[in-house]
Ligand binder design. Structure first.
Ligand code: AMP
Ligand code: MN
Ligand code: MN
Ligand code: MN
Length: 293
């Protein structure tokens, strides 16, 4: 059976953060796979959007300007995806600047910790592997570590060095969820709680997070992703209905693989109210056909 490939993917990364594909390559891939709508949601910046939009125009793809914002809630890093952003909003530009400064400090500290473990010039080498001006995430460090052979894969690099509790982990105090939702709203966007199942929370803690997110003006949550257990998708769909949140879907693509790719398996359960029914989405989703041709 051919895998299902949906027509919209609302979470993806390019070389503007820790994705492997350039913005225009990501858009070409979307077009080749039959997608009509793609949101570019790099970490804490939107510097790839203009280039992506240029490519999208030529290929008949609708490019949605977005970003994935890091926040802190109860000592955990929670990601909030902003969609349909007006990137000319000064408050948003200011916010990205602050995030970039936090990321810069953190990236340098991660580099120093790796140096102490024998990774020479870890920061400079990671930076050299990333696109010029790209925001350096742990994802970039993971690629660098794997390239040295001191980890089998990027996953292994996370497990050995980068994840919470490991030797190069640097804890960062990101802005509150309320601040992220407020700046997204000011930029005319919709706040989406990213990958709710990836925080390893109990169901009751996840409910507390969603309750807080809603109180901050959060409007939607991701329900469908690639490689997801059917029971997880059903549970998230149920939560979206219960909390009256719109439902979003996204591959969170960093690097294509057989199990993660643009549009792959992205289908919302019928009880969901899709995020593209928000008024903010209207300009982007005119004539949208959810079912692939
Ligand atoms: P950062 O925002 O700098 O903390 O980096 C987060 C990024 O690292 C995520 O968007 C993923 O791309 C990647 N990442 C986080 N945790 C893992 C993990 N356990 N294994 C592989 N990649 C991960
Ligand atoms: Mn990432
Ligand atoms: Mn994320
Ligand atoms: Mn992401």
């Amino acid at each position: 059976m051919k895998p299902y490939v949906g027509t919209a993917d609302l979470h993806s990364h390019s070389t503007a953060s820790d994705g492997a594909l350039k913005p225009e390559e990501l858009v070409s891939r979307a077009a080749a796979r039959g997608l009509t709508h793609l949101a570019l949601t790099d970490h804490d910046n939107a510097s790839g959007v203009a280039q992506a939009q240029k490519a999208a125009g030529a290929l008949g793809v609708t490019l949605i300007p977005g970003a994935e914002i890091s926040t802190t809630w109860n000592n955990a890093e929670i990601h909030i995806v902003g969609l349909f952003l007006d990137l000319s909003t000064p408050a948003l530009q200011q916010f990205f600047k602050g995030q970039l400064e936090r990321r810069q400090e953190r990236a340098e500290e991660i580099g120093r910790r790796l140096e102490r473990q024998g990774f020479e010039h870890a920061y400079e080498r990671t930076k050299a592997m990333a696109r010029e001006g790209a925001v350096i995430t742990r994802g970039n460090y993971a690629r660098y570590i794997a390239s040295t052979g001191r980890a089998q894969s990027t996953d292994d690099a996370f497990n050995t060095y980068l994840k919470k509790g490991r030797s190069a982990y640097v804890s960062t105090l990101w802005p509150d969820i309320a601040e992220a939702c407020a700046v997204i709203a000011r930029a005319g966007g919709v706040s989406v709680l990213a990958h709710p199942r990836r925080y390893d929370f109990t169901n009751s803690k996840l409910r507390r997070l969603i309750t807080y997110f809603v109180s901050c003006g959060g409007r939607a949550m991701e329900v469908a992703s690639c490689q997801q257990r059917p029971c997880d998708r059903e549970f998230l769909a149920k939560l979206s209905v219960e909390y009256a949140l719109k439902a979003s879907l996204g591959s969170d693509l960093h690097q294509p693989s057989p199990w993660r790719d643009l549009g792959l398996s992205l289908l919302l359960p019928p009880e969901c109210s899709a995020v593209w029914t928000c008024p903010e989405a209207e300009p982007y989703f005119k004539n949208f056909k959810e079912d692939p041709a």
